[in-house]
Design a protein around this ligand. Structure first.
Ligand SMILES: [Fe+2]
Ligand SMILES: [Fe+2]
Length: 299
């Protein structure tokens, strides 16, 4: 077949916006220029950021299909009070309560309709899930063994598995096909603060992937933290999320795991001690091993 006869389809997939409206707006502008045939959204529109409702509005306005991430599940659980009773008053969950309350009834109804996975018309060989085909919180990242990725591919009908959740973009070619993590629009963890997403080009059975990075004004996002009241209400969690935005690396989960390891509540008063201990450049797996070995408690 000559190049002129080849069928080319392009789709954009974005995920993990996390209530960061300025980052989403920058990606929307970039998508407009790229003009793909179709756009899919890989979940975690909300949570870990103050403008979840506005993000939902922008996605719905365009009629794009989104799936649900673990943060949609968390905030729905908070709204339904379907969480452990402590979570409804402890400081460490203040940010989650604030983000759940920020959503309208219409937003909640919409989030409740989101499916676990999605396929698209343009590339029938592509399956989108938030974490993995097993669970929304089963994260796939550069550290995931090839044998696991290949097993996941062998378990689905499609040859291209696309995911988000770990906030770390990757493209992995395996025996059974391709696994792609599109990274995060609103809260990347790969050391690059820019908003990230991916464009897939399908040419007669061949899938090419372009990971894209888009500059945006981080100060606008931090300004939204202040003007919406999120920073004041969100306590230590909001401060850790601010650090995640600035460093494009995890702070919140390491803080929670460290507090758990020393047997203390993850409160604001312990933040300085944690920041003295934590090395943001250290791979997370090494950090977890370090705190396990240092603070191992007797059974
Ligand atoms: Fe996420
Ligand atoms: Fe997630």
């Amino acid at each position: 077949m000559s190049p002129a006869q080849a069928t080319t389809k392009r789709i954009a997939i974005l995920a993990d916006v996390h209530g960061n409206l300025p980052a989403l707006e920058a990606v929307l502008e970039d998508i407009e220029v790229q003009a793909p045939d179709e756009v899919l959204v890989g979940g975690d529109l909300v949570g870990r950021g103050p403008q979840g409702s506005a993000v939902i509005r922008e996605i719905r306005r365009r009629g794009w299909v989104s799936i649900r991430g673990n943060h949609e599940e968390y905030l729905l659980s908070f709204r339904r009070h379907d969480v452990p009773p402590d979570w409804l008053h402890l400081d460490e969950w203040a940010a989650a309560r604030w983000m759940a309350a920020e959503l309208s009834e219409d937003d909640i109804e919409y989030l409740g309709t989101l499916a676990f996975s999605a396929r698209c018309d343009s590339i029938p060989q592509l399956l989108l899930t938030h974490g993995s085909p097993v669970a929304t919180s089963d994260g796939l990242g550069p550290w995931t063994r090839a044998s696991k990725l290949d097993r996941l591919l062998a378990g689905i009908e499609e040859s291209v598995l696309v995911c988000g959740h770990t906030h770390r973009p990757m493209v992995r070619e395996l025996d059974h096909g391709l696994v792609v993590n599109v990274g995060s629009v609103g809260l990347p963890f790969n050391g690059d603060r820019r908003a990230q997403y991916a464009i897939f080009t399908w040419v007669d059975g061949d899938c090419r992937v372009e990971l894209r990075q888009v500059e945006y004004d981080l100060e606008e996002t931090l300004s939204a933290y202040r003007t919406t009241g999120f920073f004041e209400a969100g306590g230590v969690t909001a401060e850790l999320l601010r650090l995640e935005l600035l460093h494009a690396t995890p702070f919140l989960v390491p803080f929670q795991r460290w507090a758990d390891a020393i047997g203390k509540p993850p409160e604001t008063g312990r933040l300085d001690e944690f920041l003295d201990f934590y090395e943001p450049d250290e791979p997370l797996r090494d950090f977890f091993l370090r705190i396990e070995s240092m603070f191992e408690r007797p059974c």
